[in-house]
Each structure stands twice: as structure tokens, then as C-alpha cells.
Design a protein around this ligand. Sequence first.
Ligand SMILES: [Fe+2]
Length: 246
Amino acid sequence: MAIKTLEQFTDQFTAFLREDPGIEQILDDGRQMLAELISSPGWLQPTLSQLVLDDDFLQSQWQSIDPYDIQLYHSPEKLFSVRAFIWEANETYPVHDHGAWGLVGAYINRVGERKYTRLDDSSDVNRAELKPVVEAELSPGQMTYVLPQNGGIHQMAALDGRTAVTIHVYGRPVRKGFINYFNLHNQTVQRMYPPSVNKRIYAIRTLGSIAEPWAGDVLQQARQGSYPPAVKMEIEYSLDKIQTLG
Ligand SMILES: [Fe+2]
């Protein structure tokens, strides 16, 4: 059956992923399904209207890492999610990676994408050397994709001076809780968290920069807490860092 609405897409994509396809099939058949959705006009209209007119709908959106990430659907079986990303004209967006595979299609106006490959060996979590490899301009209906972590480092931008919307389908994450932003100029990596944990992460990093026993004590105490793996990782990084302070 042709895919013309978000509901038709999510029904058919759920059935597709329940068959446990490999990544090749996702990039082939799955991509075809998203291509059908983004070739169909009108179905995003209710979401855009509700975001503007309906306070409850606005509040129901969870606070994701990127503020321009609009949640459209989350599979109850946690197989995949569908989001709309809004790219503003003349804005520079970060070079970033992803925790999951993702299919991406241009929907409203044109977007540019630049893909990067990583030249370093990823041994330092705070540093990365990247090289641009592919550049593309996508018109509505055209697609690209990303693979998890170093397999999908890219940057997106609106073209033609117009706000653009892309539709993204992400699989089950292999890495949860944060994404990396890459600073090409300094060759640094910044781990980015959702607003719900951001302030905790910043406090953990601050403690890792204070050469006083109480700061280490708080981190040691935090080490015993039940935090998500990404937060535990930050605690360990800060404990390591404290060792290097004079
Ligand atoms: Fe992305």
C-alpha cells in the first residue's frame, strides 16, 4: 500500500522492523518507505499547527538535545522514532554524530549536507580530526542517511535563505544519552546532553576542575549512585581529571 500519511508510514515501518532487517535492507527498502512519505504533501501540517496553536501539544514535546528536533512518533516497542528537524536560514549547525542509524529526507525547502570521515583513532574522547568527504544538496523528496557514531558524522544547513524541514527516522540507539558535537577548528569534541541532565553534567565537569578534596568526595559519592551509563562515564572522566590537577 502506498504511504501517504505518517500513520501509514509508522504502521508499515513497524511491520518492516519487526522482521529484523539488516542495515543494508534498512538503507534500501526502509529508505524507499521514507521516500514515499516525504513525497506526500500535507501530513506535517497538523503538527506545525499544533506547535503554534496548542499549548498542551507544545508541552508534550520532550526536551531533546537539539532544540530544533520535533518528535513526531516513538515506537512503543522502541524500534524507531520519527522526527522533523527544522533548519533555519543562514544559521550554522554543528558537525555531529548519532547514537543510531538514521534515514533522512528533505521535506520542506532544500537542505545541504556535508559528510565527514574521522582521521584520528578515536582514542581521546575529547579530540577528533575530521575531513569532509561528501557534499550534497537535497531537494524535497531526496534522501540521505547516517550510520551510528563515526559512521555518520555530518552537518546540515538550510539553503536558499529559507527555513527548511527534514524528516528523520532513527533506529534503536547503540549509544544512548548524548551526541558528539565536533569543533573542526580546534579539533575538539563536545558531548551534548538533553536539558534534563545538562546541569548535572556541567556540575560534574566543574568538580573535575577543582583541586580540593571536597570536590573529589562528591564525585566519589556520585560514583555509588544509580545514574545512566553516560552520566557515570562523565563522573569517571572527572575523577580521572582531578588526578591530573596540581
Ligand atoms: Fe544528524
